[in-house]
Write a protein that binds this ligand. Structure first.
Ligand code: AMP
Ligand code: GLY
Length: 422
């Protein structure tokens, strides 16, 4: 079959790498892709929100299955667009409709969903300009630190954690006043949870689900989890504290109730559910839902999926996931993200990357790269994800770090302490 992956990051390159191994694949296309995905399939110059452009390439290339990487086109209703188009409605599609995508697109929607289905999460209140006074009063009932979240999509920047009450009150007013545009016209105030985080992924057809390997990502730019938040500086799978006992709680209290809850609410859903969890003294709580795979978690998780990934995608798209099996590699997989100097602040693009051809013992996924004539150049903040297997976490990390040393571009930076907390 012909498959189209929508997206252009390391997550999409890792999915392309896994899909490429499937005997079910005929031709692979990526829109828009990057210099790495071009080595595995055909990049098509169409943006992820260009619905009519995507329709054209799907029809032109006889695509049988569409897999969406990022959340934005899902929240914008790409699946709804496909299912309401005569020419596209029979094409298999992996990713939720606009309504289900609200689990990520609206924090308030997600919190109401969790309350309705008794899924463990932090106490909260949703505040708009209309109930600001109630919001300020709610803040006074909470203990520091105060967690304020823009309701809508804010490219991972919409969460503020503030120590001082007065500052939190001020921030609440600023957010409602448009600090994150319309994304913060509603703000969710949340109880602060303390613990260690992990990312759990399930693929579902709306009825059955399969759990993918659990991972931990490292969001802060600096070592020891300090400095600004980034899209993710690396990931490790499995996660030592997410043992069988913990994962059973996650499945019983969170995953199954979520899939059942979607059914009860008559929210037709297929694709991935990403549970951003925090372990509070061994008890899993939901920090957030995402309606896609994680990045950079996917660059580690794909290495551990032994089964045919296309078969799982077909199960999700066709409603036959219950008949499928998922086999997981027992080895550890890690990914180390190489980023541009200055990231997550302002950084320059277009730096020539050297050393790619020398790497044979890690898998290099491209996150933000572009081919310019004979050169592969940097084209984003996160540039390359160096993924490795190991019998232990240390062995896998050592390999990625060794290979990272043979790569260079001006300003290259990476964290050298991944796994320090495990
Ligand atoms: P989110 O965008 O909801 O994933 O939030 C970004 C990050 O903020 C999370 O990965 C957590 O590290 C932190 N965070 C969010 N909500 C809470 C909370 N209720 N308690 C503690 N930390 C939180
Ligand atoms: N790595 C976190 C995310 O993809 O949102």
């Amino acid at each position: 079959m012909n498959i189209l992956i929508v997206g252009s990051g390391g997550r999409e390159h890792a999915m392309a790498w896994k899909i490429k191994q499937s005997p079910k694949l005929n031709q692979l296309f990526i829109a828009p892709g990057n210099a790495g995905t071009a080595l595995l399939g055909t990049n098509l110059p169409v943006g992820v929100s260009d619905f009519s452009g995507l329709k054209r390439v799907v029809l032109d290339n006889q695509i049988d299955l569409v897999l969406v990487g990022p959340e934005v086109p899902l929240c914008e209703g790409l699946h709804d667009f496909f299912s309401s188009d005569e020419q596209l409605k029979n094409i298999r599609f992996v990713g939720p409709y606009r309504l289900g995508a609200q689990l990520e697109g609206s924090k308030d929607f997600a919190k109401e969903f969790m309350m309705r289905h008794q899924i463990p999460t932090a106490k909260y209140l949703a505040v708009t300009a209309g109930n600001l006074q109630e919001g300020l009063a709610f803040l006074k009932t909470m203990n520091a630190p105060y967690v304020l979240k823009a309701d809508g999509l804010a490219a991972g920047k919409g969460v503020l954690i503030i120590n001082d009450l007065q500052e939190a009150e001020e921030s609440l007013r600023e957010m409602l006043g448009g600090q994150f545009g319309s994304a913060s016209s509603k703000v969710v105030i949340e109880e602060f949870l303390s613990g260690i985080e992990c990312s759990v992924f399930a693929i579902t057809d709306g009825n059955d689900y399969k759990i993918l390997p659990v991972a931990k990502d490292y969001k802060r730019i600096g070592e020891g989890d300090t400095g600004l938040n980034t899209g993710g500086m690396g990931a490790i799978s499995p996660v030592s504290f997410a043992d069988e006992t913990f994962m059973k709680k996650v499945e019983d209290r969170i995953i199954r109730p979520t899939v059942e809850g979607l059914k009860k609410d008559q929210i037709s859903y297929n694709g991935f559910i990403f549970f951003g969890l925090i372990s509070c003294s061994g008890e899993p709580m939901v920090i957030e839902y995402n309606v896609r795979m994680g990045d950079p978690e996917t660059e580690a998780v794909m290495l551990r999926v032994k089964s045919d990934f296309v078969d799982l995608l077909l199960g999700a798209a066709e409603g036959t996931l219950g008949e499928k099996h998922i086999e997981i590699d027992s080895r550890t997989a890690v990914t180390v993200m190489l980023v541009s100097g200055g990231y997550p602040g302002p950084y320059e693009k277009g730096k020539v990357i050297s050393g790619l051809a020398q790497i044979t013992t890690s898998i290099v996924f491209h996150a933000g790269t572009v081919q310019k004539g004979p050169d592969v150049c940097t084209d984003g903040g996160r540039v390359l994800a160096i993924s490795s297997y190991g019998e232990t976490m240390k062995e896998a990390l050592d390999l990625s770090y060794k290979n990272a040393q043979s790569l260079s571009f001006e300003g290259l930076y990476y964290r050298k302490d991944l796994g320090f907390d495990l």
